[in-house]
Design a protein around this ligand. Structure first.
Ligand code: ATP
Ligand code: MG
Length: 556
């Protein structure tokens, strides 16, 4: 029997149709075109999965093209981070290209349009141009400079390049139609004067092409067959086609799909830059950031991000995706792969009264019962243990299956214990809990006949190591901070980071590598932070074991 095939998304349908018709001699060439003005975020990952994914599926190629035509905001640091993030996500580009490498070609394309009477130099101010642009419902008016001679336009444009004019003194515009229904077709600006240093071309240029004049032509130069972008570029498509047609260059085509937006996150580099610059977060890779580097530091895996976008799918309708789906994807993976360990993040002491001081029992503890071959480690049990403060209650309500005076509970991988009494300090805080253990109740060989409902985690005081644990919550308190009234930064969650500086961890965690993922039993999934040292271990919580947020919301 044939296995059930997944339905094609609309881009796959287009490509399969093109392949059938041999539209581009059976070639599929895509590109991922980031502007190097910030770090990549979760939304970019969607575009990466789509572009690299389609090329892979159809034995095509995908270029990485830096859309670096805007000199003032672009930096080499961003170029390097973008490359690292794409590789980490598990993709590799065919060619690494830069739109700035095409500056000379694009300049010649502009001259070509001038020579065809399809572009003119306009010294009008931005305000004057805006005043003549019209509105979506009223036509625009021709610029008084629209009918300069070709020779004059050529001379002025060459002088623009030569540095004769100041920023903003004049622009080159395409000569299309000031009455066009599509505002972008009303003689759009295609070149501006900007005396600015470029991260790659240095001071070689003082005129720069606008996005619309650079993007489509770059696609065409690279013979991109399917230029895939997000829906907001739909109105640009007409202009994209116009340039290609008038220049008579390779017929790349633009296709649009819905942006991926995730709730409780902002995904605009401009806003993310504000969070970094104004120090609301530690940097671009702060584990609360929606950047790829932030998610990586938080403990997300490439596979979980890919499967997230895979399950969202590709469509044309804009979608706001619930962050719970992303968290679901990482839990699914880590449940199968993360090593189980114990940690106590809000410790109180538990004394096992019927075990002598200095006596220590070694117990086997499985590393991950979901993973074959994960093996076991030994943990030690002695008369002084750490347990979580909230696993003990002085006056437990009925159905409290953890520890309280007279109550029994199982210590994970170890024994059943029964609480006898406890001590408090002068402020009324519990300091120490006392219990007896049942030697014949050992996990795996329990002959005690005692039944308990609760299991709690614990650590041996003698072998536990101290660590810092960082607990994260959503960075914003509202679903769509960018669309709230006022500044999006007013909606930053003041409790997005809780630092626990006196947590205890198993000694086995001393050997944790940067790539290792752990489940701290009952506490969530964790990974080592990059600022960890041998003397000062830091663990980041990637995500809790279940969706605790929904519960919180209900509680109000
Ligand atoms: P930002 O607003 O964050 O700066 P951008 O679209 O300006 O985003 P680019 O560097 O130009 O950033 O984006 C590179 C590619 O990634 C573009 O093709 C863009 O359409 C795509 N992209 C950006 N954000 C998303 C998103 N949220 N979902 C899907 N694709 C996206
Ligand atoms: Mg952009």
């Amino acid at each position: 029997m044939m296995s059930e095939e997944k339905a094609l998304n609309f881009l796959e349908e287009i490509i399969e149709e093109d392949l059938k018709n041999r539209t581009h001699q059976g070639k599929v060439q895509t590109r991922f075109p980031p502007e190097p003005n910030g770090y990549l975020h979760i939304g970019h990952a969607k575009s990466i999965c789509v572009n690299f994914g389609l090329a892979k599926k159809y034995q095509g190629q995908c270029n990485l093209r830096f859309d670096d035509t805007n000199p003032s905001t672009e930096e080499t640091e961003y170029v390097e981070s973008i490359k690292a993030d794409i590789k980490w996500l598990g993709f590799d580009w065919d060619r690494e290209l830069y739109a700035s490498d095409y500056f000379e070609t694009l300049y010649n394309y502009a001259l070509n349009l001038i020579d065809k009477g399809l572009a003119y130099v306009d010294p009008s101010s931005a305000e004057e141009m805006a005043a003549l642009k019209g509105t979506p419902t009223t036509p625009g008016t021709d610029s008084p400079y629209r009918n300069r001679s070709i020779a004059e336009n050529r001379q002025l444009f060459e002088e623009m390049r030569a540095g004769k004019y100041a920023d903003g003194a004049m622009v080159l515009r395409a000569k299309i139609d000031m009455k066009h229904d599509n505002m972008l077709m009303r003689d759009p600006v295609i070149y501006r004067v900007k005396h600015a240093h470029h991260h790659r071309t240095g001071d070689q240029w003082c005129i720069y092409p606008m996005y619309d004049f650079a993007h489509g032509q770059s696609d065409s130069i690279e013979q991109i067959t399917h230029s895939i972008c997000t829906m907001e570029f739909i109105p640009h498509r007409e202009l994209y086609d116009w340039f290609i047609e008038k220049l008579g260059i390779f017929p790349s085509h633009q296709y649009e799909f819905a942006r991926g937006n995730v709730n409780y996150m902002v995904t605009s580099k401009r806003r993310l830059l504000q969070l970094v610059k104004e120090q609301f977060v530690e940097g671009w890779d702060d584990p609360r950031m929606p950047t790829i580097s932030g998610l990586r530091r938080r403990g997300y895996t490439p596979g979980s991000i890919r499967s997230f976008w895979e399950s969202v799918g590709v469509a044309k309708r804009d979608n706001n995706i619930d962050i719970n789906l992303l968290e679901f994807c990482i839990r699914e993976e880590l449940n199968k792969t993360a090593l189980r360990r114990m940690a106590v993040i809000d410790p109180i002491k538990l004394i096992i009264t019927n075990l002598e001081e200095g006596q220590s029992i070694s117990l086997p503890a499985e590393n991950n019962h979901e993973m074959e071959g994960a093996g076991e480690r030994d943990i030690s049990f002695s008369n002084e243990l750490w347990i979580e403060r909230d696993d003990f209650m002085e006056n437990p309500p009925p159905k409290y299956f953890r520890l309280g005076p007279g109550l029994k509970v199982r210590l994970k991988h170890a024994f059943i214990i029964e609480c006898t009494h406890f001590e408090k300090d002068a402020d009324g805080h519990i300091t120490t809990v006392f219990a007896n253990y049942f030697p014949d109740s050992k996990s795996g060989s329990d002959t005690s006949g005692i039944k308990v409902k609760g299991v709690i985690h614990w650590l041996d005081v003698k072998t536990a190591k101290q660590a810092e644990v960082r607990l994260y919550d959503r960075l914003f308190t509202v679903e769509d901070p960018a669309n709230e009234e006022g500044d999006f930064k007013d909606f930053i969650n003041p409790d997005s980071l809780t630092i626990v500086s006196n947590a205890w961890i198993e000694p086995a965690l001393l050997e944790a590598g940067m790539e290792d993922k752990f489940q701290f039993l009952r506490l969530g999934y964790f990974c080592k932070d990059k600022n960890s040292t041998a003397e000062h271990l830091i663990f980041n919580r990637t995500v809790g074991l279940k969706d605790s947020w929904a519960k919180e919301v209900k509680k109000g």
